[in-house]
Each structure stands twice: as C-alpha cells, then as structure tokens.
Ligand binder design. Structure first.
Ligand code: SHN
Ligand code: NAI
Length: 215
C-alpha cells in the first residue's frame, strides 16, 4: 500500500493558499475554482496573465512577493508550487506544522495530499490518480473517461438526485428504497436521453416495475 486514501473535500469558506504563480500554480488554482473554492490567495513575485486577470476581477487575491512562514499559518489547504525546491520543502514543513493539508508539486512525499486528474459533470466527479507514478497516465485516462461520460451526465446525476429526494420522502422502507434507487441508477445509465420524465412519474414507474417482479 502506498498510503494514499481518496477523500472529497468541501472548500467553501476554507482558506486556500497557493505559493508560486507559474503554470502549475495556475492549474491548481483553476481546479480549486472549479470546485467552488471562494477564499483563494496566490503568493508569488510574478503570476501568469490568467492568474493576474482573476485577481483583477476580484475572484482571488494575489500577494506579489516571496513566501514567508506566516503565510502557511492561516491556510487550510496549501500548495507549494514554486520552482525552488528548497522553498517548496520549507512550505511543506511549515504547513504541516500549522495543521494545513499540503501539496508539494515537485516532491509528493513531502506533502500530505496529491491532486488527481478530474472530470466534472455537475455533481458527478470522476477523479484519477497514479499516485505520482505517472501524471501523464492519469491525464490520458481522464480524457477517456470524459469521452465515456459526456456532458449529459450532469443532467443524469441531477435527475437521480431529485428522484432520490422523492424516494427518501415517499418510501419509508429502507430495503425497498435501496432497490428502487439502484434500479434508477441503472435506468439512468442505460437511457439517459429520457431526460424530460418527471421525478414523481419516474418513481411510480420504478415501483410498478418492482411490483411486477422485474427489477
Ligand atoms: C505527485 C503529483 C503531485 C501533485 O502535483 O499533486 C505530481 C507531481 C509531478 N508532476 C510532474 C509532471 C507532470 N504533471 C502533469 C500534470 C498533472 N499532474 C498532476 C498531479 C500530480 N503531479 C501528482 C501525481 C498525480 C498522478 O500521478 O496521478 C495532475 C494529474 C493534477 C494537477 O496537477 O492538477 C495534472 C494533470 C491534470 C490534467 O490535465 O488532468 C504533467 C502533464 C502536463 O503537464 O501536461 C506532467 C509532465 C508529464 C509527466 O511527468 O508524467 C512532475 C515532474 C516535474 C518535472 O519534470 O520537473 C512532478 C514531480 C514529481 O514527479 O515528483
Ligand atoms: N505537480 C505537477 O503537476 C508538476 C510539477 N512541476 C513542478 O512544479 C514546479 C513549478 O512549475 P511551473 O509552475 O511550471 O514553474 P514556473 O517556473 O512557471 O513558476 C514558478 C513560480 O514560482 C514563483 N516563485 C519562485 N520562488 C518563489 C518564492 N520564494 N515565493 C513565492 N513564489 C516563488 C515564481 O515567481 C513563479 O511564478 C516545477 O519546478 C516542477 O518542479 C512541474 C510540472 C508539473
């Protein structure tokens, strides 16, 4: 076992700090924003034009200077993404001491987490990692997954959420609910073009299928 355990973090209201302002920092930043992070600061003497634009628009904050130890103190999620190995090592050590989750972009072992390759389809999130063995492989598999699970899966997942809400209120029997929800997920995967069916109607249809004994 390599020690890596996957989790999905809720970033709303959490302070995220990226140190470094190059291509890697930019990629990490865009990933955070896609997740809905709303308190992001980038610290670096220089930043890419895209990072600069986001700061101008007020989406993120930038501090155009070198890293200082105090920067890691208030961070919940911390990225060491400079091109200076010694600085990245110091950030990782400071961050851990202050209780932040740390990503070390140049030397994974120094940090406490690594970033996966991600495909987002609304609430459906597909994440791939090779645990540092091959970021390029993760990227390739992500591309395959993005083709297999196209943009329509946003709607598929949203429909399953509304159906599940209905099922939770209409079906008190846990076993029946579980069977219905598994059946719904199967149907959604097989026939995701039927996106216009109402959740109540769908649930009724699923219950009929169960009654007729054809799950
Ligand atoms: C350990 C890890 C730590 C971390 O950063 O979290 C790490 C470390 C390093 N990456 C390096 C290189 C590259 N990284 C990418 C791309 C990505 N790297 C990402 C994650 C990770 N990279 C973590 C492990 C994930 C895993 O193994 O699955 C992705 C998935 C997620 C993200 O960063 O958001 C993102 C793809 C996003 C997407 O598009 O889907 C590319 C491809 C490219 O640039 O086009 C290359 C060149 C090709 C190659 O090397 O394979 C180097 C060497 C640097 C050097 O040569 O100096 C190191 C340092 C080292 O090896 O120690
Ligand atoms: N994890 C990953 O996916 C990858 C990681 N890497 C590693 O990440 C490092 C960064 O890559 P790039 O963004 O392409 O480098 P880059 O050279 O484009 O950017 C480095 C940034 O760090 C800033 N910086 C340097 N010293 C600093 C300090 N003391 N305080 C704050 N900011 C400082 C620079 O101003 C610059 O903005 C590379 O050196 C490499 O080791 C590289 C490719 C992929």
């Amino acid at each position: 076992m390599n020690g890596y355990y996957p989790v999905v973090l809720q970033l709303r209201g959490k302070r995220c700090v990226i140190v470094g302002g190059g291509g890697v920092a930019q990629r990490k930043l865009l990933g955070l924003l896609e997740a809905g992070a709303d308190q992001v600061t980038v610290i670096s003497p220089d930043v890419t034009p895209a990072i600069g634009k986001l700061a101008e628009e007020g989406v993120i904050r930038t501090e155009l200077r070198e890293y200082e130890e105090a920067d890691s103190a208030g961070a919940w999620l911390l990225f060491a993404a400079t091109n200076d190995r010694r600085v990245n090592a110091a950030i990782a050590a400071d961050g851990e001491r202050h209780g932040a989750l740390v990503n070390a972009a140049d030397e994974a072992e120094r940090g406490t987490f690594i970033s996966p390759s991600v495909v987002r389809r609304g609430d459906l999130l597909l994440a791939v990692t090779a645990s540092g063995a091959s970021p390029a492989l993760s990227q390739l598999i992500k591309t395959e997954l993005a083709e297999r699970y196209g943009p329509e899966y946003e709607q598929v997942t949203a429909r399953l959420r509304s159906l599940r809400e209905k099922a939770v209120s209409r079906l008190p029997d846990e076993r029946q609910r579980r069977i219905v929800l598994k059946l719904a997920a199967e149907e959604a995967l097989q026939r995701h073009n039927r996106s216009n069916i109402d959740a109540d109607e769908w649930l009724t249809g699923l219950l009929h299928r169960l009654d007729r004994g054809q799950p």
